[in-house]
Design a binder for this molecule. Structure first.
Ligand code: GLU
Length: 612
């Protein structure tokens, strides 16, 4: 979602604020803006487009130097993508500037009231009301924390706000409810941001704000209050977090896109997950208690959870349910002691945090799998499994989901060993397979990338695709279809090979292509045969099928495919699924490359979806 940066220092922060903002561009990038105090109001530079491109062409060179500044990249929720709707927004009297992340659900009502009071709006956003509400309270004589408290008390929905006001010209204010906000100061400068990534090189402890917090950040300190019902500030103590793992800054190097760089980093991500200590996984699920286990995630993380459901069933004999986070609330039926496993790269996914909060409230045990140390998801959880995959910049998740899959496989293996579902030999075979996976993956990417690119280029004109799989290859097919459509803008659907004949097959004709994900025949003959049956039924109706599967496919079976890509299978589900998914990532990448798409920042997508 949007990126927020607020900065204050003894020297000019204008340039640094914008540069920090550019590091957050992966969160939302339809427009950008910056505000600094100037001439008894604020100088605002804002526009539709990319902040890093604007920075490169000198769009901020005329922004006045200032010792405090606000900046924002937007991911529009309310109001079209226009210059006027870009943040920052100013109050009617020009004395307050705000940037906002989130969605204010009662904005229409408040807007009507403010318009009835004669206030004219400059944008269609939900956010602008916050600037006017704060200015109204200041005009009525309240001090700044009280004015922000009264204004935020009136808001419904979610917000992270950063605020500047001429009424307190030596401070940056922040306020939050459900959207993330973090700050640090080193005695000479203070930075407030929606993401640790923007805190960059500053070597200081971090303060993660809690819901309801209002912070006043000055050069050398941060004071946190919450607002009483009448807006009165109530001081609160918040503790700082010493980061054992600082978010590293990363370079794209010689790679043309982050996506392909991060695909090349999947072996390292798999290795980190495969070599994590067993103890990380042993306490997560009680191997003997018959508790319900729910896995949740959004987007790719949901398909990862769905894979986790198969792993837990097959490797640990544990019946789990995987739910998309946004639909989890009515179905999870969590009770005290039940387990919720939350999967999110950023650890800030709004829908996933909502079900985590509900789980904590009912006394369920929450486990976090995320790639961002100290994320809100981690702070809500009793068990924390850190991916350690390194920053992932491309909006599409590649190395991160590979890490999550290996971690869920490890969780299933440790649980299966502890409850006796797996004997020592099977446990060792699966572990051995995961240990060998990084090398197999590295070799596969090296040898197969050329063939995958050829295939992608040959078929990039095809506008409709099914991705088909059975068993754990079903969620894998859904994930490959998601990746493919996200970046190529081609229509692609994941489908279960067995379900296909019950309706979906009516769409098949010579123009509707299918990618079939095949398991190895010897390790799973029934699943192989069932997938081949679907392939044959599609072929009988004139549908072209691209097969991705084992090298030792029988020549009679090979004839059913228009094209066939062999994979160096291990004969072991979690490892083979990773090989399938990375192949799907390469297919999506090269297809998008051929079509000239915006690979690292596809239209309408954001990396970390922190709004409802
Ligand atoms: N709801 C606000 C808007 O549409 C903020 C969106 C965001 O988080 O980027 O402008």
């Amino acid at each position: 979602m949007c990126g927020i940066v607020g900065m204050i220092s003894t020297h000019s922060v204008t340039r640094s604020t914008v540069e920090r903002l550019a590091t957050l561009e992966y969160r939302g990038y339809d427009s950008y803006g910056v505000a600094v105090p100037a001439d008894e109001t604020f100088a605002v530079t804002k526009s539709v487009g990319s902040v890093s491109r604007a920075l490169a062409v000198g769009a901020f060179d005329q922004v006045p130097d200032a010792t405090l500044a606000l900046a924002h990249t937007r991911w529009a929720t309310t109001g079209a993508v226009t210059d006027d709707n870009s943040h920052p927004h100013l109050s009617f009297d020009g004395r307050v500037a705000i940037v906002h992340n989130g969605v204010i659900t009662n904005h229409a009502q408040i807007r009507r009231e403010l318009e009835a009071d004669g206030i004219t709006f400059a944008s269609d956003t939900d956010s602008e009301i916050a600037a006017h509400l704060i200015a109204c309270q200041l005009r009525d004589g309240h001090d700044v924390p009280t004015a922000i408290g009264l204004a935020t008390n009136a808001l419904e929905g979610e917000y992270a706000l950063a605020v500047l006001t001429l009424d307190d010209p030596h401070a940056v204010y922040g306020a939050k409810h459900k959207s993330p906000l973090v700050l640090c100061h080193d005695g000479q400068q203070g930075v407030l941001a929606s993401d640790q990534m923007a805190l960059g090189e500053i070597d200081a402890d971090l303060l993660f704000l809690d819901d309801g917090d209002i912070v006043r950040l000055t050069v050398d300190t941060a004071q946190v209050v919450t607002a009483g019902p009448d807006g009165t500030p109530i001081p609160v103590e918040r503790s700082y977090t010493r980061l054992d793992e600082r978010t590293q800054t990363v370079e794209k190097g010689d790679y043309p896109h982050w996506m392909i760089k991060e695909i090349h980093e999947t072996p390292a991500a798999a290795r980190t997950a495969a070599t994590m200590r067993d103890e990380q996984f042993t306490g997560v699920l009680d191997p003997h208690a018959d508790r319900s286990v729910t896995l949740v995630g959004s987007g790719s993380a949901y398909y990862v959870s769905h894979l986790g459901q198969y792993f837990l069933a097959q490797l640990a004999g544990v019946r789990a349910i995987a739910l998309p986070s946004d639909e989890a609330e009515p179905l999870a039926l969590l009770k005290p002691g039940d387990s919720l496993i939350a999967v999110s790269q950023s650890g800030e996914t709004f829908d996933t945090l909502e079900i985590c909060r509900a789980a904590v409230a009912t006394g369920a045990v929450v486990t976090s799998i995320s790639n961002t140390p100290n994320s809100t998801q981690e702070r809500l959880s009793s068990h924390v499994i850190r991916q350690g995959s390194g920053p992932e910049i491309c909006v599409l998740s590649t190395k991160s989901i590979i890490s999550q899959i290996v971690l869920l496989a490890r969780l299933a293996l440790e649980t299966g060993r502890a409850n006796g579902h797996l004997d020592q030999q099977r446990y060792r075979d699966h572990r051995g397979s995961l240990d060998r996976l990084p090398e197999t993956l590295r070799a596969h990417i090296g040898t197969a990338a050329g063939a995958i690119q050829e295939l992608a280029t040959k078929y990039s004109h095809v506008s409709d695709w099914f991705f088909l799989g059975r068993g754990a290859l079903f969620p894998a097919a859904c994930e490959s279809a998601l990746k493919f459509k996200e970046v190529s803008y081609r229509h692609a659907e994941g489908a279960a090979a067995g379900f296909f004949k019950h309706g979906t097959i009516s769409l098949i004709d010579a123009d509707f292509y299918t990618v079939a994900l095949l398991p190895e025949r010897s390790s799973d003959p029934d699943r192989h045969a069932a997938t081949m049956a679907a392939v044959s039924e599609i072929g009988a109706r004139g549908g072209p099928v691209i097969g991705i599967g084992p090298t030792d496919i029988h020549p009679d079976e090979r004839r059913a495919f228009t094209e066939y890509l062999p994979l160096p299978y291990h004969g072991d589900d979690p490892a083979d699924i990773v090989l399938q998914l990375v192949t799907g990532q390469l297919l999506a990448y090269y297809c998008a490359l051929d079509l000239g798409r915006e690979i690292d920042q596809p239209r309408s997508l954001a990396k970390s979806v922190t709004v409802r």
